[in-house]
Design a protein around this ligand. Structure first.
Ligand SMILES: [Zn+2]
Length: 583
């Protein structure tokens, strides 16, 4: 039976030009050889499997070659080259410091350094994982490194440059090897596949390249492993099955479901993924990666950051057309929060599900320009009220969707905050204590009981400033556990004032406060409506007008103006150098 040689060895580069993805390093080395500017000690740094040892061996071979090519490559024909290629050259000495880190091995090596090579010009000493050498071994080695004989060249390699002591660093020419680009790895795998007569799909090779995380050696091992399993045809399916990778398709389907606000579908997809043995965090992170990829598709200049095969690239571009930047950012944010909370969560499945629902809810109720504007606190939110309160005036679908969103928002808040499941709030003294349920429908049911003789379930109780002040304080108590200090600060200091029978006005100091306030605005509104038993309540904000002297500088521009008022040479400076304020 023919001996199987692993691809990483069989296709190990034998010339500088065949080293994958390290062109700048091989170029520099070649130049140094050509100009006879070769250092006596090199330090090759970089992650594992990116070509450090290969480059060291090629360097050793090339500088010992009797007849190098014009292109500064080894001839692969002369006696020295043959020795190298057959692994019996006496010019190369390799020591793996990871397994031989004692002082004895280094002494042995140091003793050899004195002898000139029998064939060729240089003896090359390669010390792999040099950071693993013991302190004593380092010291024994240092002297040799300081004054090496002319025929000795040292190549130290390490994955952990920060562990190398400065005395060594200062004596070496340092080369930083980079992770190899996925595209480069995929190309190399294609070359290997062709040479081995293996029919390989481009997407399949891209997946392998991605999985190997920039290490060519790893990618070749994975390649071998899958080929031994699936034979001479390497397709996308066999690769993801073998590597236990989540199929791109899941993410495309999941994103479609989110875009369609299809909660059942997105839960089904998640369930299927769990059934296939993946965990929720895997899925959340995969989704985040997918959103990131969709986002980079949006702009021609970032398109190159998308590291996938060409077939799939088209799919990405197609789906990214359907997603707004805001949607993608919202989803990325949600995934990132879910990822952070995942380990702490007691019910991880539910956490993922709720976040999926939250993403499904994105864009509901703000589909039209008019609806979008109701999110802007500056405008009176009455339009929004009309839409949601008088179902007959709005399309039925929109109302249902609005409800869906409310549920999701509430539930998600419930799980992400440490607040107790139910909050009992005593409203004004004249009213009985009532429970606010996390489910607005349950709330409605209670209301129904309260006003059982009315057909229309609607609260329109009158309220006083005293009621509002009390309710405001209750809301503060409810929100306190969330630790949203900025918002809580506003609630504490800016109590809403009754403006007319159902309008409550909040006066804020500045735009920054308004931004903070806006974010929690709907929660507060819901709370007020539920607790003051009036669904018509509307919240408006206004920004306090200040005297010129009272204005405090918040933005960079304000600050500049204030300073310039005191010292007019600032204006001159700005005009002279055409400076702009950096926001
Ligand atoms: Zn040669």
């Amino acid at each position: 039976m023919e001996n199987f040689v692993v691809s990483a060895r069989k296709y190990r580069p034998s010339t500088f030009d065949t080293v994958v993805g390290q062109q700048s390093i091989t170029g520099t080395l070649k130049n140094a050889i050509k100009n006879n500017h070769l250092a006596q000690a090199f330090l090759f740094c970089g992650p594992r499997g990116v070509g450090k040892t290969s480059c060291a061996r090629i360097l050793a071979k090339t500088i010992n070659c009797f007849d190098p090519t014009d292109n500064v490559e080894a001839c692969n024909k002369c006696e020295s080259c043959k020795g190298f290629n057959e692994n019996h050259s006496f010019n190369i000495h390799e020591l793996d410091a990871a397994s031989n880190n004692g002082v004895d091995k280094i002494r042995e090596l140091v003793d050899q350094v004195r002898f000139a090579p029998q064939v060729g010009k240089y003896n090359i000493y390669i010390i792999d994982e040099v950071h693993m050498l013991s302190q004593a071994a380092f010291n024994a080695f240092l002297k040799t490194l300081e004054e090496p004989p002319a025929h000795a060249i040292f190549i130290l390699a390490t994955t952990e440059k920060h562990k190398i002591i400065p005395t060594i660093l200062s004596r070496c020419q340092i080369f930083d090897f980079k992770r190899i680009q996925i595209e480069d790895i995929a190309k190399h795998l294609q070359f290997v596949a062709k040479s081995e007569n293996i029919e390989a799909q481009e997407d399949a090779l891209h997946i392998i390249a991605q999985k190997s995380d920039g290490a060519l050696r790893d990618s070749l091992s994975i390649f071998d492993q899958i080929v031994s399993f699936s034979g001479n045809k390497l397709d996308y399916k066999s690769v993801i099955d073998n590597l236990n990778i989540l199929d791109y398709d899941y993410f495309f389907k999941a994103t479609d479901a989110l875009l369609d606000h299809n909660i059942p579908n997105s839960l089904h997809i998640f369930n299927e993924i769990l059934n296939n043995g993946f965990d929720g965090q895997n899925y959340i992170n995969g989704l985040a990666q997918h959103f990131r990829d969709l986002l980079v598709c949006k702009d021609a200049s970032t398109l190159q950051l998308l590291e996938v095969g060409n077939n799939i690239k088209e799919k990405y571009q197609e789906q990214s057309q359907k997603c707004s930047n805001d949607f993608l950012l919202h989803c990325l944010n949600t995934c990132s929060t879910a990822d952070i909370n995942y380990k702490m969560s007691k019910n991880q499945r539910l956490l993922v599900e709720l976040n999926l629902m939250k993403m499904c809810g994105y864009g509901l109720g703000q589909n039209t320009e008019a609806e979008k504007k109701t999110f802007n606190v500056k405008l009176s939110p009455s339009k929004e009220l009309i839409k949601t309160e008088k179902p007959l005036a709005a399309p039925v679908e929109a109302v249902i969707e609005h409800k869906k969103e409310t549920i999701v928002e509430n539930v998600v808040q419930e799980i992400t905050s440490s607040a107790p499941k139910k909050v009992t709030v005593a409203t004004t003294s004249t009213r009985k204590s009532r429970t606010i349920s996390m489910n607005p429908f349950a709330q409605k049911d209670e209301d129904k009981k309260d006003t059982s003789d009315e057909l229309v379930i609607k609260n329109e109780q009158a309220f006083t400033q005293e009621d509002v002040t009390k309710c405001w304080a209750d809301f503060y108590t409810k929100m306190e556990p969330t630790g949203k200090h900025n918002f809580l600060g506003i609630i504490k200091s800016k109590i809403g004032k009754v403006k007319s029978e159902d309008i409550i006005e909040v006066t804020l100091d500045n735009k920054v406060q308004e931004e903070v306030f806006k974010e929690e605005y709907f929660d507060l509104l819901r709370f007020l409506r539920a607790n003051l038993l009036n669904d018509k309540i509307n919240l408006i904000t206004q920004i306090k007008k200040l005297d010129e002297s009272e204005i405090r500088a918040y933005t960079a521009e304000d600050k500049f103006k204030k300073m310039a008022d005191k010292n007019d040479s600032l204006m001159k400076l700005r005009d002279h150098f055409s400076l702009e304020i950096d926001y």
